[in-house]
Design a protein around this ligand. Structure first.
Ligand code: UDP
Length: 374
């Protein structure tokens, strides 16, 4: 065999696994069907702005080992995500915190905010069973109606009562005046963009782009002892049990000849009527400056639209509801039987992973694999 590992997918899982394997002296070949590396964290430089072509990615983690690992491939800036919610022209701070409660109800102290939520959550008796109940129980009906319901139904294409509660638990609820969207000790954006960072991870590793592994499986399988597959697990098995559901995204990127469109990196449109879920203004991920500290005169914005995934679309979010979780279990059983193949990443493991969790999983998997010499 020519290679120890064939890695399908040059996103974060594939790149981290490849990097670890190479550092252990293994021969690695990485394939990706797209014409570029970095998967969905891919950034492209336009007018000095690193544009997140597949949606905003803000690196954040509580995992020190992962944070130290990524620092090896990029210097990170001090960007802290604090999106703004726009509900029919009313602006609210996110995540749900004292600024949000103050704007919504005029309350000033944490005690007043808690009392307001306590009163509104009375309508939920017992353990929340779905996203709607979970949201009302966390922040009350007013916030649910204005900042959660419309956005969530646009993003997931499903009623909030049909969605799992855990999705809304991703967001912190804080009784402090703190607009930091993430509960993470470490946060930032790689200076120079994610593509540059992933490029560094893949340095010295053979990468073939524009190759659809599933179309040429036998040819490529013959080249390596082991396959790391980071594409969609149902596609790998030819959708034999039917397809898993995903949400897909569409972006409208626009270069504007003005210096400042919305004054913030991310603005969420939380009403049901606005067709996009959010608008990202990429230059604010780098404080409006290029790598030499010069102000950027133009701006690039991206409107993000959510849609149900159909064959041929890019899958972005697994829909981890009951039906799909049960179906994934069936695919997982098949995956476990494939002794030569390891499935990884958001698509390979059908999990709503953040970037740091993807890297943690890749480090763990590669560690195990390389020490057992699998
Ligand atoms: N969410 C919401 N309103 C917002 C932002 C998020 O209701 O303004 C909910 C929505 O259900 C979403 C979930 O919180 O799916 C998780 O949001 P997050 O920002 O973590 O999603 P991602 O950035 O992964 O798309």
């Amino acid at each position: 065999m020519k290679y120890d590992y064939l890695i399908v997918g040059a996103g974060l899982f594939g790149a981290a696994f490849a990097e670890r394997a190479k550092s252990h002296g293994k021969y690695v070949l990485v394939l990706d069907k797209r014409p570029h590396i970095a998967g969905n964290v891919y950034t492209e430089k336009i007018e000095g702005i690193n544009v997140h072509k597949y949606g905003a990615h803000i690196f954040h983690t509580n995992n020190k080992a992962v944070w130290e690992y990524v620092q090896r491939f990029a210097a990170f800036n001090r960007f802290t995500n604090s999106p703004v919610a726009n509900f029919k022209g009313e602006l609210y701070s996110l995540p749900f915190n004292m600024y949000t409660f103050n704007k919504m109800w005029g309350v000033v102290t944490p005690e007043e905010a808690k009392a307001k939520i306590k009163e509104q959550r009375k309508e939920i008796a017992g353990e929340p069973e779905n996203l709607e109940q979970q949201a009302i129980s966390l922040v009350g009906r007013d916030i649910y109606e204005k900042l959660i319901k419309g956005y969530t139904e646009k993003q997931w294409g499903r009623d909030c009562s049909q969605l799992p509660a855990f999705i809304i638990k991703r967001l912190p609820v804080r009784f402090t005046y703190d607009n930091n969207y993430f509960d993470a000790l470490f946060q930032g954006i790689p200076i120079g963009g994610y593509t540059k960072m992933v490029g560094k991870m893949l340095q010295g590793i053979e990468v073939r782009l524009g190759v659809d592994y599933l179309q040429k499986r036998e040819e490529y399988d013959a080249l390596a002892d082991r396959v790391i597959f980071t594409g969609a697990v149902d596609a790998y098995f030819g959708f034999c049990y039917g397809n898993l559901e995903y949400r897909s995204l569409r972006f409208e990127h626009e270069l504007l000849d003005i210096p400042n469109f919305q004054g913030n990196a991310v603005v969420n449109y939380t009403d049901r009527e606005t067709p996009w879920t959010r608008i990202v203004e990429h230059k604010w991920f780098q404080f409006g400056k290029d790598e030499n500290g010069n102000d950027l005169p133009k701006t690039v914005i991206s409107r993000e639209y959510s849609s149900e995934w159909q064959l041929g679309d890019e899958p972005y979010y697994p829909v981890n509801d009951e039906k799909n979780t049960a179906l994934y279990e069936k695919y997982k059983q098949l995956a476990d039987k494939e002794s030569k193949v390891i499935f990884g990443g958001r698509l390979g493991m059908y999990k709503y992973y953040d970037m740091d969790q993807v890297i943690a999983a890749a480090l763990e998997m590669s560690n195990k694999c390389l020490s057992e010499d699998c």
